[in-house]
Design a protein around this ligand. Structure first.
Ligand code: CAA
Length: 256
């Protein structure tokens, strides 16, 4: 595997997205590898809890890969959105709890990845945003459905429309993360929580998580379909070309 590291110890797996040169951005290859790891861990009886994090001190995941997305047409973008949605839904529906250890930027698809985990613990340098509107698109990996359920509709809409980053402290106040610790404490803190989980009944945890997810997901499938259609449609407008080209050329987008 080129972009993922997996370490297992004491019934806990730590999965690290490892593409530091692109701030761990999710390209198709990385999405495929995450899917493979999630499916393998699901079958691994030695693993009871999964901690998901990003490599380096700067980023959890800085989003879906903008260079890869920049050339997509509407059908390809719909498929790319569906691909990400599918992998993240696999995490959400896993029988094992996933803890996101958010160690830096969690932007766009990165924030959406953390939202598919059961809960999030952040380091104090973490920053959260769904900046897709600055690129002329919308969140395409489940964010429009999951973010409002966690922070509330008004806060989610502010994040969506401004694209602005919020600090770890703000994320804590909004309930987006369960707690904030220093960078050094992040993995130990997640491991401590994970260890508590491993002492409890795996069957009961799976059942409880399933019940909570079911209650929370009425019509989410319909919402995800609308999201994929709107994400794909954004790629028919010039704003997507301008927004993504501007990012890659390191300049501010000039939307008409
Ligand atoms: N995709 C591809 N490459 C990315 C990336 C991304 N999402 N985020 C960062 N990178 C790359 C940069 O292009 C840069 O590469 P080079 O060194 O080859 O130029 C490298 O990572 C380091 O990034 P910066 O030089 O930009 O680092 P910085 O410290 O100046 O800024 C940042 C950090 C604020 C996170 C900035 O990189 C940034 O704004 N990234 C994009 C964030 C974003 O818009 N994410 C949402 C993507 S859209 C999405 O996710 C859609 C969806 O829901 C499916």
């Amino acid at each position: 595997m080129n972009n993922i590291l997996v370490e297992k110890k004491d019934k806990i797996a730590v999965v690290t997205i490892n593409r530091p040169k692109a701030l761990n951005a999710l390209n198709s290859e990385t999405l495929g590898e995450i899917e493979q790891v999630v499916l393998e861990l699901e079958k691994d009886d030695e693993v009871r809890v999964v901690i998901l994090t990003g490599s380096g001190e700067k980023a959890f995941v800085a989003g879906a890969d903008i260079a890869e997305m920049s050339t997509l047409n509407t059908v390809e973008a719909y498929d790319f959105g569906k691909r990400g949605q599918g992998v993240f839904t696999l995490i959400e529906n896993s029988s094992k709890p996933y803890i996101a250890a958010v160690n830096g930027f969690a932007l766009g698809g990165g924030l959406e990845l953390s939202l598919s985990c059961d809960f999030r613990i952040a380091s104090d340098n973490a920053k959260f945003a769904i900046p897709e509107v600055t690129l002329g698109v919308i969140p395409g990996f489940g964010g429009t459905q999951r973010l409002p359920k966690i922070v509330g509709l008004g806060r989610a809409k502010e994040m969506l429309t401004t694209g602005a980053m919020i600090s770890a402290e703000q994320a804590d106040k909004w309930g987006l993360v369960n707690r904030v610790v220093t960078q050094e404490e992040l993995l130990p803190a997640c491991e401590e929580v994970a260890k508590k989980i491993t002492r409890n009944s795996a069957y009961a945890i799976t059942g409880g998580l399933k019940a909570m997810n079911e209650a929370n997901q009425i019509k989410q499938e319909d919402g995800l379909e609308i999201e994929a259609l709107m994400f794909g449609k954004a790629f028919t407008y010039p704003d997507q070309k301008e927004g993504m080209a501007a990012f890659l050329e390191k300049r501010r987008a000039n939307f008409k």
